[in-house]
Design a protein around this ligand. Structure first.
Ligand SMILES: CC(C)(COP(=O)(O)OP(=O)(O)OC[C@H]1O[C@@H](n2cnc3c(N)ncnc32)[C@H](O)[C@@H]1OP(=O)(O)O)[C@@H](O)C(=O)NCCC(=O)NCCS
Length: 135
């Protein structure tokens, strides 16, 4: 059974170990917890039986017009069960009332996001690799 929560009290850094799969310089679990805490909104998916955080999504926002969704991830062994879609749907519910909700994604996820109501657009990205390990 998967439960969705935005309760920080239920989270410790150890719960977040192993996310950011494939990242060259992943944030530490402590940084991960901080970025969730400092986000405008976040949600985690918890496997209740295993007492394990299996996915998360975060959003930053000005709270008036716009939000950006920088991170969404489901642990590999839990993918393909609708958890990513549910995390996004619930996040969109939290962001309701905001005019602009943006994110960038790889080509293979265009369908995934289109089904959630997003439309493709051109994005411009700036990355400063000196800071890729986070602050
Ligand atoms: C993208 C991600 C969060 C999706 O999570 P998930 O729990 O597997 O997604 P869901 O099970 O809710 O999938 C919903 C639909 O999208 C499709 N889909 C999901 N991930 C996909 C992928 N990588 N490529 C193609 N289609 C995908 C599924 O086939 C599913 O379609 P269906 O409803 O017809 O069965 C997950 O693959 C992940 O963590 N990837 C690595 C991190 C990442 O890329 N994050 C997104 C950053 S923009």
């Amino acid at each position: 059974v998967i439960e969705y929560s935005d309760d920080l009290g239920r989270l410790s850094p150890a719960d977040l170990d192993g996310f950011f799969q494939g990242w060259a310089a992943p944030p530490t679990p402590g940084q991960h917890l901080k970025l969730l805490k400092d986000s405008y909104a976040f949600l985690v998916a918890i496997d209740i039986r295993e007492e394990r955080v299996v996915g998360f999504v975060s959003a930053v926002s000005d709270g008036v017009l716009s939000a950006y969704i920088p991170l969404l991830e489901v642990r590999p062994e839990y993918r393909g069960q609708g958890i990513g879609r549910e995390l996004m749907s619930r996040m969109l519910e939290k962001l309701k009332g905001l005019y602009m909700i943006d994110l960038s994604c790889d080509e293979h996820l265009v369908d995934f996001y289109e089904r959630l109501g997003f439309q493709p657009a051109r994005a411009m990205l700036l990355r400063d690799y000196r800071w890729r390990e986070g602050k």
